[in-house]
Structure formats: C-alpha cells, structure tokens
Design a protein around this ligand. Structure first.
Ligand code: FES
Length: 127
C-alpha cells in the first residue's frame, strides 16, 4: 500500500505551497504539455484549485500577453488581454461570442498537505 502511494506521489510535479499561491493570487508556470512549450496558470477560485494552459484559442495568445493579469477587475472571470474575451474560471469555457463554448485546456492539479502539484500525465515541468 505504502509503495503504491509512493509511486503515485513520485509522478506528481510540485508547483508551490497553498500559502504561496494564495499570496500570489495566481501563478504562471512554464511547462511542457504534450511535448510543446506553454505556460500554465494555477489559481484558487471560491477555494477550489484550478489550472489551465495559458493559451487563448482565439488567436493562440497567452491570456496575459498584453497585461500582467489573467483575471478581470472583479476577479470573477479569466480574461484574455489581447481582445478581452472572458472565460468561466471553473470550467475554462469562453463566454465571448466568437469563441463561445470553446474551452481553455484544463490541467489536473492536486493539493496534498498544503502543497500543490500537477497530476496531469501530459504536463512536464521545465524548471
Ligand atoms: S487572442 Fe485571446 S481574445 Fe483574442
């Protein structure tokens, strides 16, 4: 049993502590996803943990390509700074007309003992 848990833990990729993420508001992490370079965004929303590729489907830009922020002013929606398209933080679904219903790529994340990890098999850390 312990061995199974250890082998499971060894596949997790440590990101940061819960406390660090709460202090930062959201975190941008360089990753490889399916062997391509991206950044990922990781954040809490209504006390739940989420992560997505930082990659707007509209014109293939980072959400923070024009501004150093991935949220709107009220921190209710994710927002791409290129053309202002907004996304539901809990699903990654685009709420703006051109890309309505398309979704940001969600990444699996876990919190264990106040530490946050990617548990997504397609994600590799680049640091
Ligand atoms: S590239 Fe994101 S809204 Fe246009």
């Amino acid at each position: 049993m312990k061995q199974t848990l250890n082998s499971h833990l060894s596949k997790l990729k440590h990101i940061c502590s819960r406390q660090q993420l709460l202090e930062l508001d959201y975190l941008v992490e360089e990753v490889e996803y399916k062997k391509q370079s991206y950044t990922a965004i990781v954040f809490y929303f209504e006390d739940k943990l989420y992560a997505y590729l930082n990659h707007c489907m509209h014109m293939q830009r980072r959400l923070d390509c024009q501004q150093d922020n991935v949220f709107d002013k009220e921190r209710k929606r994710l927002r791409c700074s290129m053309h202002g398209f907004v996304f539901e933080p809990m699903t990654g679904e685009c709420l703006s007309p051109v890309c309505m219903g398309q979704k940001l790529t969600a990444l699996k994340v876990l919190e264990i003992d106040e530490q946050i990890y990617f548990s997504d098999k397609y994600v590799q850390m680049t640091r």
